[in-house]
Design a protein around this ligand. Structure first.
Ligand SMILES: Nc1nc2c(c(=O)[nH]1)N[C@H]1C(S)=C(S)[C@@H](COP(=O)(O)OP(=O)(O)OC[C@H]3O[C@@H](n4cnc5c(=O)[nH]c(N)nc54)[C@H](O)[C@@H]3O)O[C@H]1N2
Ligand SMILES: Nc1nc2c(c(=O)[nH]1)N[C@H]1C(S)=C(S)[C@@H](COP(=O)(O)OP(=O)(O)OC[C@H]3O[C@@H](n4cnc5c(=O)[nH]c(N)nc54)[C@H](O)[C@@H]3O)O[C@H]1N2
Ligand code: SF4
Ligand SMILES: [Mo]
Length: 745
């Protein structure tokens, strides 16, 4: 920290607003953040900042943020003390569990949990304390297919290969728009700059997206395929590689089984067969395959548009299959597994326990669990369907499923049926308004930051820690302490010191580590090791412990001594050490995948002609459902409009600036029309996270421009069967012009 005047100083803060994790320099006047810019000295982001990061000060001081807990009394939420709030939780949750069993308490974890230290450290302890299997997270609206394919192929749901963006010579990118999203499952500050650098060093970029996005405009080749058909295209590419003898596993050959089985499995997916379904031509499928095989190095990378679709897990699996059979997995310039500073130190290659799916199922629709989670799309029915095991109470942390999950109106009603609900959320929004207790975390400037999740998904190994930039305001509670107290309140230890939760976690970790022959502390004294940990809070001490036990043997003090971060070098090969399959090898055609292939084969034919399908989109100044409340980010081109291609607009009588009704399985919504060639014919697009028109929220800016909730078009029944991920892209809709009415919100 440097002082520029007695009351103005600067402080560093890693940006928590997307997966790029840019380093920010905050200007602090008194205890107030007044400005944010990119930190030029940050070892990873080197000064990059986007409009959201630049709006950090506005976000931090949003007057609509809650500044005290809220507790429901006589039907109304009113400000309360922290003691009252936790007392209420301790009175209710253990009693509900005691009466009806652990599974009647549901837990919902939303996206910002991967952007806070609290969300990285405490939810596993909360789940252990509750002993509930009723876990629902944003993963089943997002990347669960990647966890399932990584689990099945490599034996660990955490094994997600990341494209080696800075070294690859060819990137085949499907269903991602990093020029707006700044990247996902591929943490890379200044993703746009890194893509431009790829082109500058002579590399090539192919983008597969039904929309001509800003990312697609940067590409050498843009394939505007029919939404929902990526798995077919990818299977076609695999087919061509085998047919034309272009496969070459390189150093991986000894570590992969099932190659011949995959060759047979894709026999039907000829370029001719897939091209028609994808709306491309067989020649293009062949060219894309040859480019991939011919590149000096290449990476295939698929995201939201290839995950939240009918064949999300198959598409995610095929992405990895392509990287493997072209010899690009686990080699520089291909797709590699990062090695984060807080993961367990690598151990020698050995067969593992493998990855199982469907160890239990949801009560109402019998949906199989994946990675210990049930589909978010099944939450409403689990609350509203009577019978033994009905979810009666809910703990929602950093989640707004009323807007982010299918059929928000139904979930809205279901949440009203709960006996008790807790929200840990800074806003009173569409979801938290149903809570009986709302626990608000402080603004980000008052929290320490460490990226547990994204350092394990970054294009370069590096590590950074930022302590709170300003002191905790009077009356607020650090989010780690909120989580720790929540764990105590639900587990009958209400009133104990929150540090007890961290001490328990540290004790357990160390007890296991000193017994583990591969641990750097094997055979040492656990108490002495615990006494050596540094940190002002339980969370800091736990971070220090994870760093010490991690692959680089770092300490929290070292991170503090390097406020702009420590670069740990480019990604390096990790196979076979990372494999945890039962065979100890990459299992290229796992049984659940083989079992789902007939469904993909059926999709080769039987496509509904003339049907319009809907896809989503993100805007650079958006962040899912919760950043529409900032004047600097809302408005301009960041609007909830329906994008329609001019040919479709003419056919349907839609006019630019007019209004349209969009209908599908789950319902009907209305939105203003934008006629644009950005979408291909046959496809319309609406962004998600809008629909801020419900009563009882405190979102003064967002509720003035509510927009429509695209997820109201879904009824929650369309899921990728293996991962339980909701189909949010590529579902059929009908669109009709509406007579001119009141101006669009
Ligand atoms: N149609 C459609 N739907 C989608 C998507 C799509 O592409 N199309 N995308 C999906 C994806 S990828 C995701 S990840 C989900 C996201 O869906 P959710 O996980 O529900 O995330 P958000 O909608 O961003 O809501 C985040 C909540 O966290 C709160 N919050 C913000 N900061 C903090 C904090 O520091 N601590 C705590 N405790 N709370 C905080 C916010 O106020 C808000 O209530 O949406 C999904 N929904
Ligand atoms: N500005 C901004 N940044 C964000 C977020 C945000 O809301 N706003 N959300 C964050 C979160 S939670 C996530 S998970 C990431 C997501 O990051 P990305 O995966 O990059 O997400 P999108 O920008 O939605 O890009 C998805 C693309 O898939 C395309 N698409 C739709 N259907 C299909 C299909 O069937 N096939 C193919 N090939 N493409 C298809 C869409 O047109 C869209 O361009 O972004 C993160 N960053
Ligand atoms: S790109 Fe993401 S991490 Fe970087 S400043 Fe923008 S929102 Fe923050
Ligand atoms: Mo996401």
């Amino acid at each position: 920290m440097s002082r520029t005047s007695p009351t103005t100083r600067t402080a560093l803060r890693i940006c928590p607003l997307c997966e790029a994790t840019c380093g920010l320099v905050l200007t602090v006047e008194g205890d107030r953040v007044t400005r944010a810019r990119g930190d030029r000295d940050d070892v990873f982001s080197s000064g990059f900042v986007c409009p959201k990061g630049a709006a950090f000060a506005e976000l931090d001081s949003d007057p609509d943020r809650l500044r005290t807990p809220l507790v429901r009394t006589a039907g109304t939420l009113r400000p309360a003390t922290w003691d009252e709030a936790f007392d209420r939780i301790a009175q209710r949750i253990p009693a509900i569990t005691a009466a009806d069993g652990p599974d009647v308490v549901g837990v919902v974890l939303g996206n910002p949990n991967v952007h806070t230290m609290a969300g990285g450290l405490y939810p596993p302890l909360l789940l252990a304390a509750l002993r509930t299997r009723s876990l629902f997270t944003a993963s089943t609206l997002d990347q669960m297919p990647k966890h399932v394919s990584g689990g099945l192929l490599f034996g660990s749901a955490a094994a997600i290969p990341v494209p080696d963006l800075d070294r690859t010579r060819h990137l085949l990118l499907l269903g991602a728009n990093p020029l707006e999203s700044n990247g996902s499952l591929c943490t890379a500050p200044d993703f746009p700059g890194r893509l431009k650098a790829l082109r500058r060093r002579g590399g090539t970029l192919t983008v597969v997206d039904p929309r001509r996005t800003r990312t697609a405009r940067l590409a050498d080749r843009h394939l505007a395929l029919r939404p929902g058909t990526d798995a077919l295209l990818l299977a076609g590419l695999v087919h061509v590689l085998f047919e034309e003898k272009l496969t070459d596993l390189g150093d991986l050959a000894d570590h992969v089984e099932g190659v011949d089985a995959v060759r047979e499995a894709v026999a039907d997916f000829t370029p001719e067969a897939v091209a028609a379904a994808c709306d491309t031509d067989p020649g293009t499928v062949r060219e894309v395959a040859r480019e991939l095989a011919g590149a000096e190095s290449a990476a295939v990378y698929g995201r939201i548009g290839s995950c939240t679709v009918d064949h999300g897990t198959l598409a995610s699996w095929l992405v990895d299959v392509l990287n493997i059979i072209t010899g690009n997995l686990d080699r520089p310039g291909g797709a590699l597994f990062p090695l984060s500073a807080t993961e367990r130190a690598p151990r020698p290659a050995a067969p593992g326990r493998g990855f199982s799916l469907g160890r239990w199922s949801s009560r109402v629709s019998g949906r199989p669990e994946a990675k210990g989670e049930l589909p978010m799309a099944a939450l409403a029915e689990e609350i509203e369907t009577p019978g033994e095991g009905r979810i009666r109470a809910l703990v929602a942390i950093a989640a707004n499923p009323v807007l982010s999950a299918p059929d928000g109106d139904r979930l809205d009603r279901a949440l009203e049926d709960l006996d008790f609900m807790v929200s840990v959320d800074p806003y009173l929004n569409e979801t938290s308004r149903h809570a009986d207790v709302v626990l608000p975390p402080p603004p980000p400037s008052q929290s320490a930051h460490y990226d547990f999740a994204f350092n394990a998904l970054a294009v370069r190994n590096q590590v950074r820690y930022t302590p709170p930039a300003v002191p905790l305001a009077p009356g607020l509670m650090d989010e780690c302490e909120i989580h720790a107290r929540l764990v105590l309140a639900v587990s009958g230890m209400h009133g104990a010191e929150p540090a007890a939760v961290d001490d328990l976690a540290i004790g357990r970790t160390l007890a296991a580590a000193v017994q583990d022959p591969h641990s750097p502390v094997h055979g040492q004294d656990a108490d002495a090791l615990a006494a050596r940990l540094t940190g002002a809070t339980g969370a800091e001490r736990r971070l220090d412990l994870m760093l010490r036990l991690g692959p680089y043997g770092l300490t929290l003090d070292e991170l503090r001594e390097h406020p702009h971060g420590i670069d740990l070098g480019p990604l390096a090969p990790r196979i076979p050490g990372i494999l945890r399959t039962r065979s100890g090898r990459v299992e290229l055609l796992p049984e659940p995948i083989a079992g789902d292939l007939p469904r993909l084969r059926a999709a080769l034919t039987g496509r509904a002609e003339h049907a319009l399908v809907l896809v989503g989109r993100r805007h650079l100044r958006s962040n899912n459902s919760w950043m529409h409340n900032l004047p600097a980010l809302n408005g301009g081109s960041n609007r909830c409009t329906l994008h329609v291609h001019p040919e479709d607009a003419a056919r349907l009588g839609l006019r630019h600036g007019g209004r349209a009704a969009v209908s599908s399985d789950g319902g009907r919504i209305e939105a203003p029309v934008e006629v644009t060639e950005e979408v291909r014919p046959g496809v319309v697009s609406l962004p998600h996270g809008w629909g801020h028109d419900r009563a009882g929220t405190r979102l003064s800016v967002a509720s003035a421009v509510p927009g429509a909730n695209v997820n109201q078009l879904l009824d929650g029944s369309r899921l990728d069967p293996l991962s339980g991920t909701a189909v949010l892209n590529g579902f059929p809709v009908t669109v009709a012009a509406l007579p001119p009415g009141p101006p669009a919100p």
